[in-house]
Design a protein around this ligand. Sequence first.
Ligand code: ZN
Length: 273
Amino acid sequence: MSKPGRNDLCYCGSGLKYKKCHMQEDQAVEKERSLNERAGNFIRRDLLKFARDERFAEEFAQTLAIYWDGYYDPSNAEQMSQPEALRFFDWFLFDHELPNGKRLIEIYAEERMEELSTAQQKIAADWVHVGAGSLYELTAYEGQLLQLRDYFTGEESEVYEAGGRGNVELGELIITRLVPVSDRIELSTTAAYLPAAEITDVKDKIEAAKAAYLAEHPDASHTDFMRKHSHLLVHHALLEAKNQGRPPVTRLDANRPDTKTQKIARGMARFKR
Ligand SMILES: [Zn+2]
């Protein structure tokens, strides 16, 4: 969508020049949006830094193999690609519960809030309450706007993704988490991609795990269940990749090692079994 020039007629049909009509209003919206976009990206970076802090290193070491179904553990953590590391830390921050019953995102909000700007505070506060990682079907797209349908609940969301749909075709699935940034919904971090041929029995697997979980926790919500089991989606993707004879997890991954993760992984030596 191209913007009219200052002296062009406004798009609203008022007959006025753009500068005398909607220009100021549009500029204010754009300014607010770019402020929030920057705040969202700052929070993403700051959360990652927080999760990689030395104080969570032991938890990192103990949970890495759970998330990766043994594919990565402290002994080979430094081989994670950057997107793999981003997805692991996204789970570690938002879904994983620490032994004290808290999630990292909650601790982050408690400890860091005062140092954040107003726009950043709003995002951090919202993100404490976002849903668990899930699986989403791409049902439509137009440029950077994706229509995603939760594969388990059927809930529809219009999502803004700067990179658009990437290689994902209609009907294919992505493993991701949706987060609000101001008036838009975005992906929390780089998504993993489940191509059509690799969807196979993922729904059955998740439904079986949910039935087992609900038998023990009859009052649990779907979100409660997904928080505890979103890593099963990664296990599925890993198994499918293995069956296809290619490395995990997604063909969208650039084969770029993640230097910050390598650093923390090297510091993990003392936790090796
Ligand atoms: Zn106008």
